[in-house]
Design a protein around this ligand. Structure first.
Ligand code: KG4
Ligand code: ZN
Length: 347
């Protein structure tokens, strides 16, 4: 009997569902909530209401696209954290209700773990160990992945997440939300040497990051120039900001690869969709003889395919969660979600 897993993701402002049959991804439907753009950031209460409105339709679309009926589902994977409490609750309640009514197991998936393995949906032969650079709107971490479920964090941000820096700078420039892709697109036409923003900290022999300083540097710089200069050089400003961020990401990541003696790199999370980052990582990987894996943009930003993928791995091992999975807004990468899970025999 093939395993058919429905994945559900509602941790922030994407309502997403996907279907996998064993190793094959059959559908991947993502609805990005637009209501937040006018506020320049995610409004938690609006996010959970929008999830509630959309979740039934999104799950139905994913099943239709996959040509799968509800009765064919053999397991459900749903993000249990980290994320917004109310948003997580919508996905978890829906998934657990469906799991009870169908009589199939449900597994709570760690969103960060799902991001790390997203690339494996396209690069089936990827094998650990590898170093993963996880860069999203809420997280920035360098992780040594020894095996599935075996992670050690080498470094992380001490303040803003990398995607948050993109979003805040985009807001200062009057671009839309989320701002990463707008900066990326404008930067393609810009000169990254136009303005030298200060080098990003923290200094020293560590793998930690800090992105709050560059946002302030951009703010001070914008206050020092006229509106005309800002308009005329917006692409150059985007390229200069982006270059500084990419430089620090490349430097620290390749130092971690060297220090751990690891020859494989995986990037993950929304910022991994950035074209300058991918180009610069590719160039450096070639020089250093590192194998570089990066997902397609649709698998970088939040999606349910990555949740189904990780859920499938656990369900195939006979691991599922007890009913009553609680949302864990601050869940870290340690596989703590296995606590309260039951290892049931598949037979
Ligand atoms: O992984 P993700 O969808 O959500 C979280 O788990 O946080 O990441 C969203 C972040 C946002 O900050 C967004 O601006 C950023 O990813 N992002 C990008 C690009 N596309 C999305 N940042 C830079 N360049 C991009 N092309
Ligand atoms: Zn994410």
């Amino acid at each position: 009997m093939p395993d058919v897993v429905l994945g559900i993701e509602t941790s922030c402002d994407e309502t997403a569902a996907a279907v996998m049959r064993n190793n094959a991804l059959l559908s991947n439907v993502v609805y990005s909530q637009t209501i937040h753009s006018k506020y320049g950031g995610v409004v938690p209460e609006l996010a959970s209401r929008a999830h509630q409105k959309k979740i039934v339709r999104i799950v139905d679309s994913a099943l239709d696209e996959a040509c799968v009926k509800k009765r064919d589902i053999t397991g459900i994977a749903v993000t249990s954290g980290p994320g917004l409490m109310g948003s997580l609750l919508v996905g978890l309640s829906f998934a657990q209700g469906l799991s009870l009514s169908l009589g199939v197991p449900c597994i709570g998936v760690n969103h960060l773990e799902a991001h790390i393995w997203a690339v494996a949906l396209e690069r089936k032969r990827l094998k650990p160990p590898f170093v993963s650079l996880l860069i999203s709107g809420g997280h920035t971490q360098l992780i040594y992945v020894k095996g599935f479920g075996d992670y050690s964090t080498l470094g992380k941000t001490r303040d803003d997440a990398c995607g948050e820096a993109f979003d805040k700078v985009a807001k200062l420039l009057g671009l839309g939300y989320p701002g990463g892709k707008f900066i990326d697109n404008l930067a393609k036409k810009g000169d990254s040497d136009f303005h030298r923003f200060p080098k990003l900290g923290p200094r020293g022999n560590n793998y930690d990051f800090s992105f709050s300083g560059i946002k302030t540097a951009v703010l001070y710089y914008l206050n020092s120039i006229s509106e005309e200069t800002k308009k005329e050089h917006i692409s150059d400003i985007c390229a200069s900001f982006q270059m500084r961020v990419v430089e620090v990401l490349v430097d620290k990541t390749f130092r971690a690869l060297k220090d751990t003696g690891c020859g494989k790199l995986v990037v993950a999370g929304g910022v991994a969709a950035n074209s300058m980052l991918i180009n610069n990582m590719k160039k450096r990987a070639k020089i250093d003889g590192v194998r570089f894996y990066y997902p397609s943009p649709v698998l970088c930003t939040d999606n349910a395919a990555m949740v189904a993928n990780v859920g499938m791995k656990y369900l195939k091992k006979g691991i599922s969660s007890n009913i009553g999975i609680e949302p864990k807004p601050l869940l870290s990468l340690k596989p703590t979600f296995l606590k309260g899970s039951t290892a049931k025999s598949k037979n």
